[in-house]
Design a protein around this ligand. Structure first.
Ligand SMILES: Cc1cc2nc3c(=O)[nH]c(=O)nc-3n(C[C@H](O)[C@H](O)[C@H](O)COP(=O)(O)O)c2cc1C
Length: 386
């Protein structure tokens, strides 16, 4: 079982994370964690906050000489912006004028009532997606664990506002994604997305969009049909919906498939030299809640950012009078960053599900379990037809 927790307010001193269940003996590439954090900070349409922050992971536990110890891994990421708002956000003395005009589409209103916070800052500081920097760092550790089994995870943006990428293939070249300022490998669409973000910014408005994730090298049988909560598709959907602004998750052709006939919906089997192969991958690599050996394909729809520079109608909760919603420094579009977070969430989910089947106390043991399982699977039907 690979599980994790994060803590930290957006403008608090630091983000804190613990990941448990990573076996001993994994040589962590700390540079790759930094690379993923920079990717999350990037993307056209982010706020000035990203120029203030320079996310760096500090290891506090679970690592010695660059190798995991098998104990819980504890990490922290400092919030540089904390220094600029120390009087407001100091854990012991912080105070300031309350925020009382909830932003439609944000956590302000529900959180204010739920936690009985008259100052909505006490809600928005944790609701903020700043927290996802920690998820990306932990997700990168999970990605490196997946590497033990030869599984790779990638993502890209295919829609921002009403601009959609053309045919980009399921897993485009990673360099073409990184080269785009919106993480979209279709260069023409990428340029139009940038222009659309600039237009929205000028209008004081915001944009959402959609991204696709893929996991290649998945063995058969990760997840389970045993219990509803064990299903891999259910776990992936929950992980994606945990990303702030994510509003819909699609696996394979999940959104359109309700309108197809059965003969157009499923992935036929064909004989092949090493057993069977599939004619298509409409299921997105999951059948019966288990990976089926095809590439996992997941798409996530993201709503537009809730803080508008031309604020929406709201109410001042202290006076009950109509008022414009609170305006705080904000992104115009965070879909590229959300795609990086999506990759991290997929890595964390797959690491957990794979460790159920192949887990071990050390990387060497996990690898042995994996190899033995692959050998066993190859013999299941051998001789059955004789
Ligand atoms: C990477 C990323 C950056 C975000 N940046 C902002 C932002 O600058 N301003 C904002 O109002 N919301 C931002 N959001 C969205 C809010 O965090 C989110 O809408 C809010 O927490 C309410 O959650 P919900 O959208 O899931 O209902 C961002 C989300 C992500 C994933």
């Amino acid at each position: 079982m690979v599980r994790y927790l994060t803590a930290g307010e957006s403008h608090g001193p630091a983000l804190v994370g613990i990941i448990d269940g990573i076996p001993a003996g994994l040589a962590l590439d700390v540079g790759a964690i930094g690379g993923a954090l920079s990717a999350r900070q990037g993307g056209h349409g982010r706020s000035r906050r990203q120029q203030i922050e320079h996310d760096v992971v500090e290891f506090l536990a679970g690592l010695r000489g660059g190798l995991t110890l098998g104990s819980p891994i504890g990490i922290t990421i400092r919030n540089r912006d904390h220094e600029n708002v120390k009087a407001l956000m100091d854990p012991l003395t912080g105070s300031g004028p309350p925020i009382t005009r909830p932003r439609p589409g944000h956590a302000d209103y529900a959180g204010g009532l739920k936690y009985r916070h008259a100052d909505l800052r006490n809600v928005l500081e944790r609701a903020s997606a700043r927290e996802t920097a920690m998820r990306v760092a932990l997700g990168e550790i999970a990605r490196q664990y997946l590497g033990v089994f030869g599984v790779t995870v990638r993502g890209f943006v295919f829609q921002i506002g009403d601009v959609r990428a053309g045919e980009v293939g399921e897993l485009p070249d990673i360099d073409s994604v990184a080269a785009s300022p919106v993480r979209c490998p279709d260069a023409t669409a990428s340029a139009r997305m940038v222009a659309r973000i600039d237009e929205a910014k000028r209008a004081g408005d915001t944009l959402g969009g959609a991204f696709e994730l893929g996991a290649a090298g998945m063995p058969v049988g990760i997840g389970s049909n045993r219990q509803p909560c064990d299903r891999l598709d259910a776990r992936i959907a929950a992980a994606m919906m945990s990303i702030q602004t994510a509003k819909a998750v699609e696996i394979g052709e999940g959104i359109e498939i309700g309108g197809y006939v059965g003969s157009r919906s499923h992935d036929t089997f064909e004989p092949s030299a090493d057993g069977v192969r599939r004619g298509t991958n409409r299921a997105g690599g999951i059948e019966g809640g288990m990976s089926n050996g095809q590439e996992l394909v997941v798409r996530v729809r993201v709503k537009p950012i809730a803080t508008l520079m031309k604020p929406l109608e709201s109410v001042d909760l202290t006076t009950g009078a109509a008022a414009k919603a609170t305006v705080v420094r904000s992104d115009v579009c965070a879909v590229p960053a959300a795609s990086v977070i999506g990759e991290a969430m997929l890595c964390l989910t797959l690491a957990d599900a794979m460790s159920e089947k192949y887990g071990g106390d050390s990387v060497a043991e996990a690898r042995e379990h994996f190899e033995a399982s692959q050998r066993g699977a190859a013999t299941v039907f051998r001789g059955a037809g004789e």
